[in-house]
Ligand binder design. Structure first.
Ligand code: GLV
Length: 389
């Protein structure tokens, strides 16, 4: 294995090994990609307070998410088409998360099905739900998640329509990839990826194909979302899903205090401050910049998580110190998966854990649960996006 010291090392290997169509799918934001870029650049605006001559022994990154013990407060986010980044990718990622002791969230738009992932893991995982119009399909999806012993659902509320990512349209993104002169020429340069992919049967949207009706091109994410997703989703429907599911519910995609309040009022166990990694509303504020106002509005009433832009353990520390109880990584582990399969996901988790632990030490903290305002210098404009940074 090459010497991997940070997440960017994994991204570079991933870019070399994976067909362009799937690399571009992960490494894009919508339209101008402003929000995608600012999700990461805004983290860099926050500075850390160095403390010295503090006893740094006996540090711990252990915490809890929705009452579940976690080795560090970093879950694997739901990522569509993970099984196209590496054959059986969802199973590999779920196994890496299980061994590391962090939650894995399976996307509705996964390649491996709920049943597949359950058959290859022992620890209950979380299931991310997209809200489709078809009630029978939705009820059956909840039953399937129950049968697979999923311990929470994550309802994504920011994708009633799909944000446009230019590269996906130009590449003709689909799962499995359609064989065109361009895609074949590119895949010919990704032989190990192709051989592994030929060795698995899991090349279709496993939760959908054979389960949902009335979609004209079952291989296309944009066709699925345009034809099957429910543009009428509202808070009553979210409350209905909570009742149908009957277990823990995380509401993902909250960017405004009013929406955070609505999510708390429908009884969410946690919310995820998220702009979908900059893949939905381009021009939205970065999620780290919105975090303080959401913590102020609902921090006492609901557990707050954050995703979008986390590429290091330092980013995790900043989000926790600004009041999030926990975080998610999506791209950071996808890079690892595409670079070197399950071992690469483990590597991404190890890199982030080490960065979090060492940064805690140098900030004079020994327990991840005690991070707070005392650890940061935060520019004006965090929590109030009308003030320029
Ligand atoms: C799906 O969740 C996507 O962002 O592509």
């Amino acid at each position: 294995m090459p010497v991997i010291t940070n997440i960017e090392d994994l991204r570079k290997i991933y870019e070399r090994r994976t067909p362009r169509m799937f690399y571009d799918y992960a490494e894009s934001g919508s339209w101008t990609e402003q929000t995608f870029r600012e999700n990461t650049s805004d983290f860099a605006q926050i500075r850390l307070k160095q403390r010295v001559a503090v006893d740094m022994s006996g540090r711990t990154t252990k915490s809890q998410m929705i009452g579940q013990d976690v080795a560090m407060p970093v879950a694997l986010a739901p990522v569509g088409l993970t099984g196209m980044q590496s054959a059986d990718g969802e199973i590999k990622a779920a196994r890496a998360a299980e061994k590391f002791g962090v939650p894995y969230t399976l996307s509705t738009m996964s390649i491996c099905s709920i049943e597949d992932v359950a058959a290859h893991t022992k620890t209950p995982f979380w299931f991310q739900v997209y809200t489709l119009k078809d009630d029978d399909f939705m009820r059956r999806l909840f039953e399937r998640a129950h049968e697979a012993k999923c311990s929470a659902i994550v309802i994504t509320v920011d994708l009633q329509v799909l944000g446009q990512r230019h590269k996906d349209l130009k590449n003709g993104l689909s799962a499995p990839p359609k064989l065109t002169a361009k895609s074949i020429a590119n895949m010919m340069t990704k032989i190990p990826w192709g051989l592994e992919m030929l060795g698995t049967k899991r090349r279709f949207f496993g939760n959908i194909v054979g389960h949902a009706k009335g979609v004209s091109d079952p291989s296309s994410l944009s066709t699925w979302t345009a034809e099957a997703f429910d543009p009428a989703l509202n808070w009553d429907r979210i409350a209905q899903f909570k009742e149908w599911w009957g277990g823990k519910v995380i509401v993902k995609g909250i960017m405004e205090p009013e929406d955070a309040r609505r999510a708390a009022d429908v009884g969410a166990d946690a919310i995820v401050v998220s702009n979908h990694g900059g893949r939905q509303l381009d021009g939205a504020v970065s999620s780290i910049r919105m975090l303080p106002s959401i913590v102020e509005a609902v921090g006492k009433d609901v557990e707050i998580h954050l995703d979008s832009g986390i590429r290091s353990g330092q980013d995790v520390l900043k989000a926790l110190a600004l009041g999030a109880k926990a975080t998610y990584i999506g791209r950071a582990y996808t890079y690892g998966l595409g670079a070197m399969g399950e071992a690469g996901v483990t590597k991404a988790l190890e890199v982030i854990h080490k960065e979090l632990d060492v940064t805690m030490a140098l900030c004079g903290e020994t327990d991840v649960k005690n991070l707070g305002a005392q650890n940061l210098y935060v520019p004006q404009g965090f929590g109030d996006p009308s003030v320029p940074l």
